[in-house]
Design a protein around this ligand. Structure first.
Ligand SMILES: C[S@@+](CC[C@H](N)C(=O)[O-])C[C@H]1O[C@@H](n2cnc3c(N)ncnc32)[C@H](O)[C@@H]1O
Length: 199
C-alpha cells in the first residue's frame, strides 16, 4: 500500500470482468493504442485541455491502457497527483515506461468497479474509451462518485471507432442516475468528450 499526499493506494482487487458484447482490450495489442497516427484523430493534449485541470489537481485515470493520455495529464498538473489505474498489469507496465522519467505518477492495478481508494480523494477522473468494457455499470458509477471530492469532475471520452462505443444519451442516463450533473460536451465527427460533476 502506498500512502502519500492524501491518496491511499492498496493492492488491486481481483473481481471478474468481461462483457457479453465486447471484451477487455488485450494487453498484447497495447502498442496499437499509442501509435503516433492515433494522435491525428484523437489529440490527447486537446482532451486534457478540455479537462481544465488546476496545477494542483488530484487526477485519477481509469483504464489508462499503455499511457496514451497519461503523459499529458501529468504535464497539466505539475504540483498535483496523478494515479493511472488499469485492470491489466501489462498495460500499467507500458504506461510506466512511457511516463517514467517525466512524472511522479502512481500506478494502480484495479477493477474500476471496486477501487481500493479512499473516498473523496480526487478532483478529476478521466475515462477514455474504457467504460464500454466494464460490465458492472451500477458498481463503477458508485465507485467513481465515491472517490471524487464533492464537485469533482469526471471526463468521459468515447469514439465510434471503438467497438464498445457508448452513445451520449446512454452515457448521460448512466451518470445522471449516479448523482452527477452534466457539465458540457465537445464533439468532433466520430468522437466526443463529456464532463459530469459529482453532486
Ligand atoms: C480500449 S483500452 C483504452 C486505453 C486508454 N484509455 C486509451 O484511450 O488509450 C481500455 C482499457 O481499459 C481497461 N479496462 C477494461 N476494463 C476495466 C476495468 N473493469 N477496470 C479497469 N480498467 C479496465 C483495459 O485493460 C484497457 O487498458
Amino acid at each position: 500500500m502506498v500512502r502519500s499526499e492524501g491518496v491511499t493506494v492498496e493492492a488491486g482487487s481481483g473481481s471478474e470482468f468481461g462483457r457479453k458484447r465486447g471484451k477487455v482490450f488485450p494487453a498484447t495489442h497495447a502498442r496499437s493504442l499509442v501509435d503516433p497516427p492515433r494522435r491525428l484523430v484523437q489529440s490527447p493534449r486537446r482532451t486534457v485541455v478540455g479537462m481544465a485541470l488546476a496545477p494542483l489537481a488530484r487526477v485519477l485515470e481509469l483504464g489508462c491502457g499503455p499511457g496514451f493520455i497519461g503523459p499529458f495529464v501529468a504535464e497539466a498538473v505539475p504540483r498535483g497527483i496523478v494515479v493511472l489505474a488499469d485492470l491489466q498489469f501489462e498495460m500499467l507496465a507500458c504506461a510506466r515506461e512511457r511516463l517514467c522519467a517525466r512524472s511522479k505518477a502512481r500506478y494502480l492495478q484495479s477493477d474500476a468497479s471496486l477501487l481500493p481508494l479512499r473516498a473523496g480523494c480526487f478532483d478529476a477522473v478521466l475515462l477514455a474509451t474504457m467504460l464500454g468494457e466494464v460490465p458492472n455499470r451500477d458498481a463503477w458509477g458508485k465507485e467513481i462518485h465515491r472517490v471524487l471530492a464533492p464537485g469533482g469532475i469526471v471526463t468521459v471520452v468515447e469514439t465510434r471507432r471503438d467497438s464498445d462505443f457508448i452513445a451520449f444519451p446512454k452515457l448521460y442516463e448512466l451518470f445522471c442516475c449516479h448523482a452527477f450533473v452534466f457539465v458540457d460536451r465537445r464533439r468532433r465527427r466520430w468522437r466526443y468528450a463529456a464532463r459530469f460533476r459529482a453532486i
